[in-house]
Design a protein around this ligand. Structure first.
Ligand SMILES: Cc1cc2nc3c(=O)[nH]c(=O)nc-3n(C[C@H](O)[C@H](O)[C@H](O)COP(=O)(O)OP(=O)(O)OC[C@H]3O[C@@H](n4cnc5c(N)ncnc54)[C@H](O)[C@@H]3O)c2cc1C
Length: 478
């Protein structure tokens, strides 16, 4: 172990998610000596939010999409439409390098199943652009870790677990060393270049409390407990690095309130919301449950729930909704009458069960009677609406067919739309506008440069790999 801490590394990479492992492999490809420092212990919690991913986004000319093209211009147009405040130069790089990025991953033994998923509920753009990873995030990380130390590479490139970077030493915008908490010991490690790929700060509950107040107490973190953003805040607060984005804007779907505090992932997300109603703890509806396709509003429900008393809510539905959504990990609260369901929900914080029954009756009366028998079609917005307050724009059917179901809901957090500013060489930018000489950032540590307004499926890992490779080539490309 001493040899790890005594030598000077060509590259020190912080984190062991997709962005970090892409950068580390690219530097290793160059024959460099690379040290990857991972805060988590070896095992299921290593690898950050990348453990949950499924799909990369890339442009192609039909050779990968069963003949269906997704051109660089399609990709670029979609990015600017969804993220008008992005850094256009960086978006252009992401788009133009995208198919080379897929080829780079393929050379590193990542395998894809590139099926067109013609499913508007998900994302019509994704249907043409998604490169689905065979084996998902777990296989992606496993393969990139294996690649890093394969054969003679293992003599030059190392991954150290239980190694949390707690400080960075920089002089005149030039990186010198990091301080690592390695199994409780604070050790300095020296390097010529630093690549920060430690994710966002979605697990930093103190910072989140400053942003969203006591909602943090009920908030579920969808990803890793290790993403506290320590290197990000060292760069912002100690070295005056430039930030990009808005600290008060976050990607926040609803989660099952019974989910664990961290690692809520996808399996705790109740996708049934559009097919029922959502009430607060007073038993009152507070938002249109189906204003558009699920993809367009699923990430906003956490924010809407935060505005409710106690920051909790309940998704209520009946037998008719079964089979049109992927059931989350935990079974719903179930009862054969609405009264019993309301009583049961008091155990989860519902304060006014009588009001809930009244709300359901009011909603049921507002649903068009002649359409009540029509089944839900999740692939189309049906414009069958309930003219009540608030209205429900689609999928309005009475909640009248037992058994009756409910999910208690909490807000959850994927990430805050705020990160480090980088330049086109992936170097972190100082507030003066000049880049740090040899400090790079990739992945969620810089993601607001590309997606400051809204998350775009498949782009999270695409930017991590692309700018990870660029950082490892010190602004170049293999
Ligand atoms: C449920 C879910 C599903 C998703 N699905 C997709 C998808 O299909 N496609 C997509 O593009 N995006 C998806 N995303 C977003 C995607 O997960 C992220 O954008 C991407 O994985 C971020 O990768 P990263 O390497 O930057 O960060 P992470 O994968 O989070 O890795 C950060 C790493 O840094 C380590 N770390 C943190 N702090 C320190 C420190 N101080 N010292 C040392 N190590 C540290 C962590 O332990 C971790 O290993 C999803 C997110 C979630 C939560």
């Amino acid at each position: 172990m001493n040899s790890i801490f005594e030598r000077k590394w060509d590259f020190i990479v912080v984190g062991a998610g997709n962005a970090a492992l892409s950068a580390a492999n690219a530097a290793c490809d160059r024959g460099k000596h690379v040290l990857v420092l991972e805060a988590a212990p070896e095992g299921p919690y290593s690898g950050g939010n990348s453990r949950f991913v499924e799909v990369f986004r890339a442009a192609h000319n039909g050779e990968y999409g069963h003949g269906v093209k997704y051109t660089p211009e399609d990709y670029y147009y979609y990015m600017l439409k969804t993220n008008p405040d992005s850094d256009k130069e960086l978006v252009r790089i992401l788009v133009d390098r995208s198919i080379d990025m897929i080829k780079w991953l393929t050379r590193h033994n990542i395998k894809f199943v590139n099926e067109s998923i013609i499913d508007k509920q998900y994302d019509p753009d994704m249907a043409r652009s998604g490169f689905r990873i065979l084996g998902g995030g777990t296989m992606l990380l496993h393969t990139l870790r294996k690649e890093l130390t394969k054969g003679e590479r293992g003599n030059r490139c190392r991954l150290l677990y239980n190694a949390e970077v707690i400080d960075i030493e920089i002089e005149n915008r030039e990186f010198k060393s990091v301080t690592v908490n390695f199994n409780g010991k604070h050790i300095k490690v020296y390097g010529d270049n630093l690549i920060i790929a430690s994710g966002s700060f979605a697990a930093n509950l103190d910072k989140l409390r400053q942003i969203m107040g006591d909602a943090v107490d009920v908030l579920k973190i969808r990803g890793s407990r290790y993403n506290k953003g320590i290197p990000l805040f060292v760069m912002l607060e100690k070295y005056d690095a430039m930030g990009y984005g808005d600290m008060h804007k976050f990607h926040s779907p609803a989660a099952d309130a019974r989910a664990p505090k961290f690692d809520a992932g996808i399996a705790m997300r109740p996708d049934v919301i559009p097919y029922g109603i959502v009430v607060n703890k007073k038993g009152l509806r507070f938002h249109d449950e189906a204003p558009g396709y699920w993809l367009t509003h699923y990430s906003k429900w956490g924010g809407w729930i935060i505005e409710q008393p106690g920051h909790i809510a309940f998704s209520i539905f009946d037998k008719k909704a079964l089979g049109v959504f992927v059931p989350p990990y935990l079974p719903p609260v179930t009862a054969s009458t609405l009264e019993d369901l309301a009583t049961e929900l008091t155990k989860y914080g519902l304060e006014n069960p009588k009001q809930l029954i009244e709300t359901i009756h009011t909603f049921n009366n507002a649903c068009p009677r002649d359409k009540a028998h029509l089944p839900y079609d999740p692939s189309e917005l049906d414009h069958i609406s309930a003219n009540t307050d608030p209205p429900k724009s689609n999928y309005a059917r009475p909640i009248s067919t037992p058994p009756f179901y409910a999910y208690p809901l909490s807000p959850s957090l994927t990430f805050v739309y705020y990160s480090l500013k980088i330049d086109k060489a992936a170097r972190v930018v100082h507030k003066s506008g000049n880049p740090f000489v040899n400090v790079y950032a990739t992945g969620e540590t810089m993601f607001s440069n590309i997606t400051p307004n809204s998350y775009v499926g498949g782009v999270g890992i695409a930017m991590g790999t692309t700018f990870g490779i660029i950082a490892a080539y010190e602004g170049g490309w293999p």
